[in-house]
Write a protein that binds this ligand. Structure first.
Ligand code: HEM
Length: 577
């Protein structure tokens, strides 16, 4: 037994060590750009007072990517700042300078993904998912699936996208007839899921009209995941969650594996088939991945006879990738489409200008059915929708559905700390040990590149029409300023698909509709653009606050950044202009 005096000595030593460690950690961020002042930083709490203010002011379910722009303005931090919430929360480094981000975080030097992102995705999609994979496994997955997501290959999928969009158009017509209250995002999600099923797996999910086990099980899984809107690790604790998630994963993996097996059998059958339809079938993303796999096997001399055996590891990679594509590809595009309908009601001038472009490209008075045929004949015709494309880009700028989070571990040896250098000031900033979050929402509000960032101005992306010729967007510095799909080797593999499907849907299913968002019985008929910092000037707590930047359907975090409540509203027929 230790004598009391020794216990005291050990206790005192532990307290001294603890205090020294705490002081050292806290001082690491002392001189870095960050919110300052009594409401910005304290020795004990670091920048927790800032998080406290944001949690109080922003409506409760707000996506946290709304914070950095507000913080930068409120505490005048500039485009790069640290938010040290240790030991109660993460240590973030926020940035909105696209040049710094591309050079040090995502492109020239592509940092590994942060555990704040990958822990969630590994649990949700499986450990082999592409978004959180690193190194040789990520390279293998990316090169396996790149061919299927190339622009030239995706163009061959346009007829499928058109067919799904015509079903969607039908549904919108019915909603406009009844004038019922519905969640626009849900309808858009079913459309994007159908498109992904077809493009990726050549499966008819048909979820716009019926239920499909894969889609149902997948959506159940989304509901089972913890709500990650809180920065506290204990938020959303549920003892039965792991079991429910495990059960759901088994079911989902089994369903996708069955679909994959069907695909493999169909491929084998088509090799010997004489019928043209089997041979001429359009290839899905998985088909192209399996083509690559077969080629790899035959080049390495491992192909065993005429029948190709897909090994268990490759099957597991494909199953997790399918979940990844469904996840990454449906919510994101559905959210973007929902915001486009929402903005086109609020800005009739944008709607009218787009209708004129439709007339120019497809001819005055051309019906959606005729436009559908035109697109099927000439897939590239949708690329002529320059203004339509700018509308999609502006929606993605204002309401970005996703972004990236990167991290390299802290270094105890000061000589091993990694720094980035601001070319303007020459100042060095440490990145080791910080979760670097180049939140697209924050970058998209950088006024050097996007003046009047709270206004929806598609023309800003068309050089000949921009009202901001002095903005840096069209200079070399602005090349990577628009980054909703991120940049560099880890950029979005599905970005061409998202843009092509959005253009097709705009061409077919926007004209003639008027969508009015309606939350808790309040219709959004008009909108006054406003900066969050001005909007929150009154300091009224967020539980009472209903809008962000003037929008009642602000973005919340539900796996991706999605419109609040699924964008409820009513559709009506609009006078065709
Ligand atoms: C508007 C639609 C979309 C947006 C805004 C978007 C955005 C993004 C962003 C920001 C990333 C980087 C994530 C990170 O670094 O953690 C990403 C990655 C990814 N996206 Fe998308 N995405 C969209 C649509 C799609 C579609 C349609 C698919 C596929 C069907 C897809 C599949 C993926 C995959 C697999 C990755 C990981 C790529 C890699 O790590 O190599 N996305 N996306």
């Amino acid at each position: 037994m230790l004598p009391y005096s020794s216990i005291w000595l050990v206790g005192i030593a532990a307290v001294i060590y603890g205090l020294a460690y705490f002081t050292k950690r806290r001082n690491e961020s002392k001189d870095l750009p960050q919110p300052r002042g009594p409401d910005g930083r304290s020795f004990i709490w670091g920048n927790m007072p800032v998080a406290g203010e944001c949690m109080k002011l922003f409506p409760p379910t707000t996506h946290m990517h709304n914070w950095p722009h507000y913080i930068a303005k409120r505490w005048k931090t500039g485009p790069l700042f640290y938010l040290d919430m240790w030991p109660l929360g993460p240590r973030f480094l926020f940035m909105s300078d696209p040049e710094l981000i591309s050079q040090y975080i995502t492109t020239t030097q592509s940092l590994p993904k942060s555990s704040l992102e990958t822990d969630f995705l590994d649990r949700f999609l499986g450990k082999l998912n592409m978004v959180s994979s690193e190194g040789s496994h990520w390279k293998r997955l990316r090169s396996m699936f790149n061919p299927g997501f190339s622009a030239s290959h995706l163009m061959t999928m346009v007829p499928y996208i058109v067919d799904s969009s015509m079903v969607f158009l039908d549904i919108l017509n019915k909603k406009a007839e009844t004038g019922e209250l519905f969640e626009l995002e849900d309808v858009c999600t079913k459309l994007t899921i159908d498109i992904i099923g077809k493009v990726v797996l050549d499966s008819d999910f048909n979820s716009q009209k019926a239920t499909h086990p894969i889609v149902d099980t997948f959506r159940t899984r989304i509901g089972l995941m913890p709500d990650v809107t809180s920065i506290y690790p204990w938020a959303g604790l549920d003892l039965f969650r792991p079991y429910r998630l495990w059960k759901n994963e088994r079911k989902l993996n089994g369903l996708i594996a069955k679909e994959l097996e069907r695909k493999i059998q169909a491929r084998e059958a088509s090799k010997t088939a004489s019928s043209g339809s089997a041979k001429n079938r359009k290839k899905s993303v998985v088909d192209l991945a399996l083509d690559g796999y077969e080629k790899e096997l035959s080049e390495s001399g491992k192909a065993g006879g005429a029948k190709v055996m897909v090994d268990a590891r490759t099957r597991a990679d494909i199953v997790d990738s399918m979940k990844t594509f469904i996840f990454a590809g449906h919510d994101t595009t559905a959210s973007t489409l929902s915001y486009i309908y929402y903005m086109l009601h609020l800005l009739p001038s944008v709607y009218n200008k787009f209708c004129k472009e439709l007339d120019t490209v497809f001819g005055v008075g051309t019906s959606p059915a005729a436009i559908a045929e035109m697109i099927k004949k000439d897939h590239h015709i949708v690329n002529k929708l320059e203004y339509g494309n700018a509308i999609i880009k502006e929606a993605l700028r204002m309401f970005p559905p996703a972004s990236t989070l990167r991290h390299i571990p802290a270094a105890s040896d000061p000589s091993k700390i990694v720094f980035i250098t601001d070319p303007k000031s020459g100042r060095k900033f440490p990145i080791s040990g910080w979760h670097v979050w180049p939140a697209v929402h924050f970058v998209s509000r950088n006024e050097e590149f996007f003046p009047d960032p709270h206004h929806f101005i598609p023309e800003r992306f068309i050089q000949a029409e921009t009202p901001f010729p002095e903005a840096k967007l069209f200079t070399p510095a602005g090349k990577e300023a628009w980054r909703p799909f991120e940049r560099g080797p880890r950029n979005c593999i599905g970005q061409e698909l998202a843009m092509i499907e959005s253009r097709v849907i705009l061409a077919l299913a926007v004209r003639g509709f008027d969508f009015v968002s309606e939350i808790d019985g309040v219709k959004t008929e008009t909108w006054t653009p406003i900066d969050t910092v001005s909007e929150f000037e009154d300091g009224r707590p967020g539980t009472e606050r209903q809008t962000i930047e003037g929008h009642r359907c602000y973005q919340i975090l539900r796996a991706a950044a999605k419109p609040k409540g699924g964008m409820p509203g009513r559709l009506s027929k609009r006078k065709v202009s």
